[in-house]
Design a protein around this ligand. Sequence first.
Ligand code: HPA
Ligand code: ZN
Length: 326
Amino acid sequence: IDRAALIAKLPKAELHLHIEGSFEPELMMQIAERNGIQTAFKTLEEAKAAYAFSNLQEFLDIYYQGMAVLLHKQDFYDLTWAYLERAAADNVRHVEIFFDPQAHTERGVAFATVADGILEALADGETKLGITSHVIMSFLRHLSEEDGFALLEESKSYHARFIGVGLDSSEIGHPPSKFARLFAKCRELGFKLCLHAGEEGPPQYVQEALIDIGADRIDHGNRSMEDEGLIQVLRDTQTPLTNCPLSNLSLCVIDDLKQSPLKAQLEAGLLVTVNSDDPAYFGGYVNQNYQAIADALDLSNDQLIQLARNSFTAAFMSEADKAKHL
Ligand code: HPA
Ligand code: ZN
């Protein structure tokens, strides 16, 4: 079986996906028009031309600008539904998606508007496409810990519908330790903890996320590979890493996919997975990420099968549900 056919055929879970990062410019323009607002870019060509980043912050500036056309529940529904259709086409059977409520509530959009639109689309995704899902509510790390506590309070009536909490946005200068009390509270409330760490930030940030905060998953985690002690802990605890190859390339975390740590992580016995992060901005959904990284690192079919298995092992599903896919 050839590589592309194998990738297409493998059942997969996607564990690192920001729903606002799946906002394709075509849909963005359609929603902007019906909401009577201007997009930052007038044409598709202009939008795509702006999607050339040299670091995380350059991307984030465009990402927050893009999502500003989302106002109504239907907008969040349409955004989520469009992603689910893409995921189904890639034979993704389970998704655990991040959303960034503070990026919407800051603009005056009610928390319930955002959450209801996303949750209704995910419910339809299960009945109509057979895709199971969980939601992870992310805190923006460029904001304060106090802002995070305010979100936690504001979202109270939805807590039972979220499997976990996340930490994303501008990494450097905003270490996990800035949110130590917030994550301790979230742990107490029963949330899984998923923290972006070691994308641009140093191994010290992974250390804080993994050891001090006790993260259940590390998002990205590339720079863990600079610290032998961290590698050992990741191996011993089998804490998952959600790697995002095309994201790493687009944000210049690596200059070439051949520099990706993914193969070394597999060979070191780490529980690494392949994900798309913000597919509308980084040039591909999950199968394109599998294909690109397999080509660059010359992964074997067995390694591709291992990566797909890892995606279910690393998911927050019951053992019984995992067994259906493994
Ligand atoms: N890193 C940090 N914050 C983000 C990302 C990312 O890759 N995508 C969306 N928000
Ligand atoms: Zn991310």
